[in-house]
Design a protein around this ligand. Structure first.
Ligand SMILES: Nc1ncnc2c1ncn2[C@@H]1O[C@H](COP(=O)(O)OP(=O)(O)OP(=O)(O)O)[C@@H](O)[C@H]1O
Ligand SMILES: [Mg+2]
Length: 273
């Protein structure tokens, strides 16, 4: 099963993958890495001032890992997400997805990658307000060329999986915050992505609902064998993480493995957060 996934990822990258296949053949360990950021720097010019949002970030994420990016507001979490997700380009450095340098992709290839390889979840859910839960989840499938009937069946199936089988026809305004984020999770899974990028997925939710979403992401990670990279301020996220990457002022200052964290669910170091 594991072996099959590895082969699939290189063969079905769908983007010019001969270099990826060659690289993976040369160094089998590379096929394990779904994301590799190398020396990523990003500057913003704001009112004559230069903001160093990322100061040279190196980060490798393995297939099937759950990585949380922790850091205070302004530390560069969303900027790093935008780079990894191909939503923005680094000023320096490279981002590889399945060992394909995304800077080498043309507009069409990048759009393909964003549609098929990555599922995005945002703090504010970003659902289409006039569309039902079902239609919101079908949307990426239709963009990817699936027929209406197939998209409808698949979207209903994923929504059932996230516990919203009874809410298919509800619009976002008719759903609670937690339910809306479940729809967003279902939408992120629409095209069987290799990676889910979640930027503060629990930021707008209360404690209990936030925990439910984290549990769900953890389960989906195992069930669909996706890699989850999630930015957060929220210490609840840590218990679900295989690794926690600490970002401070645009640089990675620490990386901890789950076994090195003194946590139980919802607490760290014995203190509730
Ligand atoms: N489009 C932009 N133009 C100018 N500066 C920006 C832009 N986007 C981000 N920045 C700056 O880059 C730095 C990193 O911002 P970023 O949004 O990545 O932080 P963050 O860790 O996600 O913060 P938060 O936890 O508040 O979401 C901040 O100083 C921010 O002001
Ligand atoms: Mg942010």
């Amino acid at each position: 099963m594991e072996e099959k996934k590895k082969t699939d990822s290189v063969e079905t990258a769908g983007i010019p993958s001969s270099s990826a296949a060659a690289a993976a053949e040369e160094n089998p360990l590379l096929s394990e890495l779904v994301v590799r950021a190398v020396g990523v720097k990003k500057l913003y010019e704001l009112g004559g001032e230069t903001v160093h949002a990322l100061r040279g970030v190196d980060l490798s994420v393995k297939r099937g890992e759950y990585v949380s990016i922790m850091g205070p507001s302004g530390s560069g979490k969303s900027t790093l997400f935008n780079m990894i997700g191909g939503l923005d380009k680094p000023d320096e450095g490279q981002v590889f997805i399945d060992e394909v340098d995304i800077a080498a992709l043309d507009t069409f290839e990048l759009a393909w990658l964003r549609c098929h390889k990555i599922g995005y979840i945002f703090q504010t859910f970003n659902l289409i307000p006039v569309a039902s839960a079902l239609e919101n989840v079908m949307m990426p499938m239709l963009f990817a060329g699936m027929t209406q009937a197939d998209a409808q069946d698949k979207a209903a199936e994923i929504l059932k999986r996230v516990g919203l089988g009874q809410r298919l026809l509800n619009k976002p305004s008719q759903l609670s915050g937690g339910q809306q984020q479940r729809v967003a999770c279902a939408r992120a899974l629409a095209n069987d992505p290799a990676i889910i990028l979640a930027d503060e997925p629990t930021g707008n939710l209360d404690l209990k609902t936030g925990e439910e979403i984290i549990h769900m992401l953890e389960e989906l990670k195992s069930e669909f064998f996706v890699t989850v990279i999630s930015a957060t301020h929220d210490h609840k996220m840590l218990a679900a993480s295989d690794r926690v990457v600490y970002l401070t002022d645009g640089s990675i200052t620490d990386i901890k493995r789950r076994e090195d964290l003194d946590i139980t669910f919802g607490t760290i170091g014995g203190q509730t957060h």
